[in-house]
Write a protein that binds this ligand. Structure first.
Ligand code: ADP
Length: 132
């Protein structure tokens, strides 16, 4: 069964949307495999967002992602990586369609409720990174 890493970002924690997002994933037939709560360190975030370090607002993303403890869940299901990304909608919440997680609950490009792995290979690497 395919797995994916979900991080409930600080905006999701503060808006108390965690239950709503989990409900959408469970309604899709996905199951929780593991969970943990933690404040993300700079080392973890530098690894996780290595593809973004060149961006001028990388510091802002780091500050946002480490601003409070976040919930991390591993979900599993058939073809879950692609299907979760479809449930989320695009990165920018302002253009994400209604009915998607980011379109319904997100604020902007940075505050977009959750992270989800974008390929099965990255899912394996991210699960290793955050859950050892
Ligand atoms: P995704 O999370 O949809 O896979 P990326 O991997 O491109 O998107 O970016 C990781 C995260 O960095 C985004 O979810 C968002 O929180 C933040 N981010 C990316 N691009 C921008 C941007 N142009 N402005 C603000 N935040 C951004």
């Amino acid at each position: 069964m395919e797995k994916t890493l979900i991080i409930f970002k600080p905006d999701c924690m503060q808006k108390r949307c965690v239950g709503e997002v989990i409900q959408r994933f469970e309604a899709e037939g996905f199951s929780v495999c593991d969970s943990k709560m933690m404040t993300l360190s700079n080392d973890l975030l530098n690894d996780h967002y290595a593809h973004l370090t060149h961006l001028p607002f990388f510091g802002e993303i780091m500050d946002f992602m480490s601003s409070c403890p976040v919930l991390l869940l591993i979900f599993e299901g058939d073809n879950i990586v692609a299907r979760v990304r479809k449930l989320l909608g695009p990165t920018d919440s302002t253009i994400a369609p209604k009915g998607t997680v980011r379109g319904d609950l997100g604020t902007d490009k940075m505050r977009n409720i959750v992270h989800a792995s974008d390929s099965p290979e990255n899912a394996r690497a991210e699960i290793e990174r955050f859950f050892n």
